[in-house]
Write a protein that binds this ligand. Structure first.
Ligand SMILES: O=C(O)C(=O)[C@H](O)CO
Ligand SMILES: [Mg+2]
Length: 260
């Protein structure tokens, strides 16, 4: 049975962020993940983890200026200094939270951009991030995001992510397999998990349409959880969804599913 981590950026929206650790523990989660921890002191978040006996499974590098439209920096040639600073800051938080996984967001591409230059920058930046992360035993992840939710995102398909991982050539660079995005990009869920289980370093889930909890849409999650078990996946499965309604909908499906 997969081990689930609560994504505190999306789950428990009725509670302030730093109270969501308690919500996750109350609902039976042993781990949490979130997008960006940087507006809170790392020590405060580390206290929340230990107070509730939780493991930090994953978080993201700083994405640049989200309000101004940045969605990551890694492919942007003109943002090199900021990217390197973002790696160091994320690694500092990772040490404080004892977190071994960091998602590096690629960034957006515009029509006028020189794609070749973005590609070269992306590869160099991922090598740098992976090498700095390796020094503290951490893994760096790349995640294809679907073009409906994230138009213009540089890394928009699983084959592109696999090519990048191969070209970067670092053992601690892995695929973040977000099943919700994979469904909206391409489908072929079980076969993609099976074909690439060796490079999958983290899994995330949500159903579609709506990006809500499993059981609310078209994805057969019981089948995919059994597939992950059969493949021997023993990492975390991040619950990165917006509960469809009310506090109970955040994790009620998980309790029901565990009873069977
Ligand atoms: O959107 C997602 O699925 C993610 O996991 C990213 O970390 C944030 O865009
Ligand atoms: Mg995701």
């Amino acid at each position: 049975m997969p081990r689930f981590a609560a994504n505190l950026s999306m789950m428990f929206p009725e509670s302030p962020f730093t109270d969501r650790f308690a919500c996750a523990a109350r609902d039976g989660f042993e781990a949490v993940e979130f997008l960006f921890p940087y507006e809170w002191p790392a020590a405060k978040l580390a206290d929340r983890l230990s107070e509730h006996g939780l493991t930090q499974a994953l978080f993201n590098l700083p994405p640049g200026n989200w309000e101004w439209g940045d969605r990551g920096l890694a492919c942007r040639p003109e943002r090199g200094v900021e990217f390197r600073e973002s790696v160091d800051l994320a690694l500092e938080y990772a040490r404080a939270l004892d977190c071994p996984r960091l998602h590096v967001m690629a960034g957006l591409v515009a029509d006028r951009d020189d794609r070749e230059a973005l590609h070269t920058t992306y590869i160099e930046n991922l090598r740098l991030a992976a090498d700095r992360a390796a020094a503290q035993g951490a893994t760096v992840l790349v995640e294809p995001l679907n073009p409906h939710d994230m138009p213009g995102y540089f890394l928009a398909s699983v084959p592109h992510a696999l090519d990048v991982i191969a070209e970067v050539g670092r053992p601690n660079l892995k695929l973040q397999a977000d099943i919700y995005h994979m469904q909206r990009i391409q489908g072929e869920l079980a076969s993609t998990l099976a074909d690439h289980i060796d490079v999958i370093g983290h899994v995330q889930i949500a159903d579609t349409p709506g990006r809500h909890e499993p059981g609310t849409g078209e994805i057969n999650y019981p089948f995919l959880f059994a597939t992950l078990d059969q493949l021997g996946y023993d990492g975390w499965v991040g619950c990165e969804y917006l509960p469809s309604g009310g506090a109970g909908s955040a994790s009620g499906w998980m309790r029901d599913w565990r009873r069977h």
